[in-house]
Design a protein around this ligand. Structure first.
Ligand code: ATP
Length: 372
């Protein structure tokens, strides 16, 4: 497989956001395998920044289950302002721990940052690095190269609702689905702008407006309005059930998919499945032009934690997306190239069929970046 830049996570056509020159990165390793994959991603980032002559300033924050259980800290009140003031980007591992089943700290930290930093774009690239990794027979690297843009601050995830007569036979549970004109418009507009900037020609919006006649009617109307401003881009609509079926049947149809918070969560995990699984999937939580947060798609995977089994590639690729957000595109491509080389040469962790541990994988990638 070649290292054709056209097939990079960012399509090789330029930075995801406004280029920045500084590299002040806040790092929250978090819990479980987050604490194992992030140190490896940092090795790879340092190697790429060094090779590119960039100055990287890293500051780690120990927020996670251990800290929460020790002193109750989740997300300190001044954290969002501090990140905006003092950092250019945030790298997060994963949050979640069997000792805190209600995951209060995880929700406070991740949802807190998403909402308080207004990270309204959840960007998940689905790029197949090697045809051997997809469960779809006969699909190649050419066929699977799209991004899912998930609305990240509204929908069913705002936490509005409640119980009535909880725990009784008459219980009622209500979960509100919030769709605002501003929120829907900015993510749809971002999708068209992203397509234009990255040289994509197709945007597909997915909703369930045939059943959700109010919230998703708004999505329909906004999509019709915004698409009329982008005549060079083909705009298509699919109901979410059809979208998921089409992603499996023929993923080459898609370049940019934009959808609401819940459907984006589901569609992007299907996308991760198409490219080799959770160990390989990165994501960005983005507010254009402001401090944004990058993380591997996977969670804390308690079943793997402490065993040196987790694949750090998702975290390394998340750091490549972070570099893109700083405008450090050649350093980002160095990281992607190292991941491609590892897959091509069979130097992988067990989830991808190899025999390397988390540590060895991180070292391999960092060495590869330096040698390239
Ligand atoms: P969350 O609710 O936070 O998404 P989860 O437990 O549902 O967490 P993950 O933690 O993402 O989901 O993991 C699901 C499974 O996928 C894990 O049990 C593990 O087997 C596999 N997995 C996840 N991440 C990795 C990784 N980096 N390397 C290898 N396998 C992984």
């Amino acid at each position: 497989m070649s290292d054709n830049p056209q097939r990079s996570m960012n399509a090789g056509r330029g930075p995801i956001e406004v280029p920045r020159s500084r590299g002040r990165v806040a790092v929250i390793p978090g819990d479980g395998i987050g604490k194992e994959v992030i140190p490896e991603a940092l090795k790879v980032m340092r190697a790429a920044a060094g090779a590119g002559g960039r100055e990287l300033f890293i500051k780690e924050f120990d927020w996670g289950a251990d800290r929460y259980l020790r002193d109750g800290t989740t997300l300190p009140a001044d954290a969002p302002d501090m990140f905006r003031r003092e950092f250019d980007a945030i790298l997060l591992g994963a949050l979640g721990d069997p000792r805190t089943p209600e995951n209060r700290h995880g929700a406070d930290i991740l949802m807190g940052l998403r909402f308080k930093l207004d990270l309204y774009v959840n960007l998940r690239p689905c790029v197949l690095f090697d045809r051997r990794l997809t469960p779809l027979n006969e699909r190649t690297e050419e066929d699977i190269h799209f991004v899912v843009l998930r609305e990240n601050t509204e929908g069913l995830y705002v936490g509005m609702g409640g119980f009535f007569k909880k725990g009784t036979a008459d219980e009622i549970a209500i979960q509100e689905d919030v769709n605002t004109r501003k929120g829907v418009e900015r993510i749809i507009r971002y999708a068209f702008e992203y397509a234009r900037r990255q040289g994509f020609t197709r945007v597909c919006m997915s909703d369930k407006s045939n059943a959700l006649a109010f919230g998703h009617d708004l999505w329909q109307r906004v999509f019709a309005e915004v698409q009329s401003e982008y005549s060079a881009i083909e705009a298509r609509h699919l109901y979410i059930d059809n979208l998921l079926m089409q992603m499996l049947r023929d993923p080459s149809q898609f370049q940019v998919i934009v959808t609401c918070n819940l459907f984006g969560d589901i569609a992007s995990d299907l996308g991760a499945g198409l490219i080799g699984g959770l160990g390989l999937a990165p994501s960005g939580n983005i507010h254009p032009g402001s401090v944004s947060l990058f993380e591997p798609v996977h969670g804390s995977a308690p079943d793997l934690a402490g065993k040196n089994l987790a694949n750090p590639m998702g975290a390394a690729l998340a750091s490549a997306m972070l570099f893109d957000s700083l405008g450090w595109t050649s350093e980002a491509r160095m990281i992607e190239s190292a991941v491609r080389a590892a897959i091509r040469e069979g130097k992988t962790t067990r989830d991808l069929g190899g025999s390397l541990g988390t540590l060895e994988m991180g070292e391999w990638l960092a060495n590869r970046v330096v040698k390239a």
